[in-house]
Design a protein around this ligand. Structure first.
Ligand SMILES: NC(=O)c1ccc[n+]([C@@H]2O[C@H](COP(=O)([O-])OP(=O)(O)OC[C@H]3O[C@@H](n4cnc5c(N)ncnc54)[C@H](O)[C@@H]3O)[C@@H](O)[C@H]2O)c1
Ligand SMILES: [Zn+2]
Length: 363
C-alpha cells in the first residue's frame, strides 16, 4: 500500500483575518457565493463581502438552512449556478462547510472554508458528512479536491459559543489516539493509503498542543478573549486535527461515536462530545493502564468535556442499547478495524461500560 498525504493548499489563521479574505481568495475566481446561516451572516457577512469586493471578486450571499442534506445541497447548488459563481465560500460550523464542499464538487468551482467556530476538524477535509433533512446520518461523500483556502478568524472563534470550542478539543483529542492506532496496524487513512510519518507527527503535535493549552484556551474563549493558547488550540482543532485524521486515519473513537448516534438520546450532544466517549472507550479497549485512562478523564473534566454516558444524554443504558451501539461501531466499513488487533462487538460494549464506570469514578 502507498503512503498518501493530502491537504488544502492554503491555511490562514489569526485575529481579524476575515477582513483579508479578498487578498487570499482574490486569485481563485471572479464571483463568489457566501454560504452561511443567519447567525453567521450577521457576524461575518458584511466583512467578507466587502473584502471580496475590494479584491474585485463579486459577492452574493445564500442563507444556509442548517442541515447538510441532499435537498439543501441541491438548492444551494442551483443558487450558486444562477449567480455564476466560480468560488463558494462556506462559513460557519461543520454542517455549513460540508454543504459548501458538496456544492463545489457539483459545480467544479473553487472552495474557501471559513470556520467561525473551532468545533470540528471538518474545515480542512475533502469529505462531507451527509444527513437526512431530519438530521439522521446518511453517508460520507468523498471528493478528489480539498478547499483551496481555509481561513480562520480567531477573534470570531473566541466570540463564539464555548461549548462548540470545547467540542473541537474533543474531536482533536481523538486524532492522536486514532492516527496512532492506524499507524501501528498499518491500516488505511481516508485516502486508502498508509499514513506518512508527517501525518503521524502532526497528530501527535495536535495532542501535545491540547495538553499544553486546552484549559487556558477554554477559559479565554469563555471570556471572548484571543490569547496565544486560543491560537494554539484553534490550530490544533482545525489544521492539526484535520490533517491528522484524514492522512493519519481514524480508528475506534469515531466508530464508537457513529454507534452512539444510533441512540436517540445522544442527539442533543455535539459531534465532539460523543467523540469524547468514543476516545475514553478506545483507551479501555486498547488496555491502556489505569493511570493514563485516569489522566485523560481528568483532562476531559478540566476542559469541560463529557466523561460518562449520562453526560451525553444516555441515562441508565440497557445492555441491548449498548449492544446496538457496539454492533454499529463494528460494521465492516467502520474505521474501528484500524485498531492493531481484531475487534468484536462484545469487546466494544464492555469497553464502553467500563469507560463509563471510570468516568463516574474520576469525573
Ligand atoms: N467533513 C468532515 O470531515 C467532518 C468532520 C467532523 C465533523 N463533521 C460534521 O460537522 C457537523 C458538526 O459541526 P458543528 O459541531 O460545527 O455544528 P453545526 O455546524 O451543526 O452548528 C454550528 C452552529 O454554530 C453556530 N455558529 C457558528 N459560528 C458561530 C459564532 N462565531 N458565533 C455564534 N454561533 C456560531 C451556527 O449558527 C450553528 O448553529 C456534523 O454534521 C459532523 O458530522 C464533518
Ligand atoms: Zn470528528
Amino acid at each position: 500500500m502507498s503512503l498518501i498525504f493530502e491537504s488544502p493548499s492554503d491555511y490562514v489563521q489569526g485575529r481579524g483575518v476575515a477582513e483579508e479574505i479578498g487578498t487570499h481568495a482574490g486569485q481563485l475566481g471572479e464571483r463568489a457565493v457566501l454560504l452561511a446561516d443567519d447567525v453567521v451572516l450577521d457576524i461575518v457577512g458584511e466583512t467578507v463581502t466587502e473584502s471580496l469586493e475590494a479584491a474585485e471578486v463579486g459577492a452574493e450571499t445564500v442563507e444556509f438552512g442548517g442541515e447538510a442534506s441532499k435537498t439543501e445541497i441541491e438548492r444551494v447548488t442551483d443558487a450558486a449556478e444562477e449567480a455564476g459563481a466560480d468560488i463558494v465560500v462556506g462559513a460557519g460550523g461543520g454542517k455549513a462547510l460540508d454543504t459548501a464542499k458538496a456544492v463545489r464538487e457539483n459545480l467544479d468551482i473553487a472552495m474557501v472554508s471559513m470556520p467561525t467556530v473551532a468545533s470540528t476538524d471538518a474545515p480542512t477535509s475533502s469529505l462531507s458528512v451527509i444527513y437526512t433533512e431530519h438530521g439522521e446520518f446518511e453517508e460520507y461523500q468523498f471528493y478528489s479536491n480539498h478547499p483551496e483556502l481555509v481561513l480562520v478568524d480567531t477573534a470570531v472563534v473566541a466570540d463564539g459559543p464555548t461549548r462548540l470550542f470545547r467540542s473541537g478539543v474533543a474531536d482533536a483529542l481523538a486524532t492522536w489516539f486514532e492516527a496512532d492506532a492506524t499507524y501501528r496496524s498499518h491500516g488505511q487513512n481516508i485516502f486508502g493509503g498508509e499514513s506518512t510519518r508527517a501525518a503521524h507527527a502532526l497528530a501527535e503535535l495536535c495532542y501535545d498542543t491540547l495538553r499544553d493549552h486546552a484549559v487556558s484556551s477554554v477559559r479565554a474563549v469563555e471570556n471572548g478573549a484571543v490569547t496565544e493558547s486560543v491560537e494554539a488550540v484553534t490550530e490544533a482543532n482545525t489544521l492539526l486535527s484535520g490533517l491528522g485524521f484524514e492522512s493519519g486515519g481514524l480508528a475506534a473513537a469515531h466508530s464508537i461515536h457513529n454507534g452512539l448516534t444510533q441512540l436517540e438520546e445522544t442527539h442533543d450532544a455535539t459531534h465532539g462530545e460523543k467523540v469524547n466517549i468514543g476516545t475514553l472507550s478506545q483507551l479501555v479497549l486498547e488496555g491502556r493502564d489505569d493511570a493514563f485512562v485516569r489522566e485523560i478523564i481528568e483532562f476531559s473534566v478540566d476542559v469541560g468535556l463529557p466523561v460518562t454516558l449520562s453526560d451525553i444524554g444516555v441515562e441508565n443504558p440497557t445492555r441491548d442499547q449498548l449492544d446496538e451501539v457496539a454492533n454499529a461501531a463494528c460494521d465492516d466499513d467502520e474505521t474501528i478495524h484500524n485498531e492493531p488487533f481484531p475487534v468484536e462487538p462484545a469487546m466494544v460494549r464492555d469497553a464502553i461500560l467500563t469507560a463509563n464506570d471510570l468516568g463516574e469514578r474520576y469525573g
